[in-house]
Ligand binder design. Sequence first.
Ligand SMILES: [Zn+2]
Length: 372
Amino acid sequence: MERGWLRIANPVYDYLNTHGPCTRQQLVEGLGLSMPTLLEQLKPLWEKNLVESVKRLASTGGRPAETIGCNRNAKYAVGLDVTLYHLGGVVVDLSGSVIKHQYTNLPFSNTTSYFQQAAELVRGLLADGRVPLEKVLGVGVSVPGKLSKDGRTLEFSPVLDFQNGKAQDFGAFLPLPYRLCNDARASGWAEYWNGGHPSGDLVYLSLNRMVDGAVFRQGELVEGQNNRSGSFGHMILTPGGKRCKVCGMRGCMNAYCSIQVLADSAGGRLDNFFINLERGNLKHQEIWRKYVDHLAQGISNLRMAFDCDVMLGGHLGTYLDDHLEELRKAVSWRDPFGEKGEYLKISSYKLGGAAVGAALSYVRDFLANLES
Ligand SMILES: [Zn+2]
């Protein structure tokens, strides 16, 4: 996957990561270095075990050519996805590939016992993957809510009882670095990492109990002045409209596009809502029609503001593949420039994207700080 936007401080590692395994001669030519300089620059990478020798058969079937490639197993990162009713975990390698994952029905509680169980989940995943603690860059913990400006504290989370929660609460039982990540941003990162967005820009709209989002520009997450960029749930869709259960204002996108709007009509279950919709239940069809109407308005506003791909994710994203054309139609007739809604995408991760993105935050930082 081409990831030209990924910033890697070390030019030799960057070249190998982009082009795949190369011979020394190919590196000399590709990087415009002399052979002695290349060998000098490769030395620390060999010492840190970050590159490895890869034997490739020559295309003629002759002697194998010795090539050098990135050692994706030199370091790992862990991600946790904390939601009200579940706890998921993943381990990723330096290429961002998931090597272990587990999803549990452990509901969140702000208790020592919960944090201990979360640490046990991490310990188990690392043991399964035979990953020693010293190879782990850190544990990214995705949480639904807004972090403080310095990113250390969960300042605002109407979903979890974890006000002013800190990464250390999770990290108390395992000697690893921990950090909290906003769930929409983490999910967006996972998509961005794997999607290869050629324009470099992406808006991710997270449709969960709380509507939230993330903005990516030229390979970077846009954080904003207060670390709140992407708070699309509180964009006003209907002035004076329905009250937002999160902020108390009227007409927020959250009041119309929270998945609760759909789930509440089907015994609190989103899967039941879509089953009823597919069966042609008239009540659910009408609820869906209104939902799509508001969602399309929100999407159109995002397109006008950012002029880039808009991706729909969160829990709702898992049900949207069959509704993409309908949604594109709904946004296209609102489009003043005659666009047909091709910019609208559906998230590819159906489960665990937030955990992957939280883990990738450590991989990204590691590569960005990999000096020559
Ligand atoms: Zn609101």
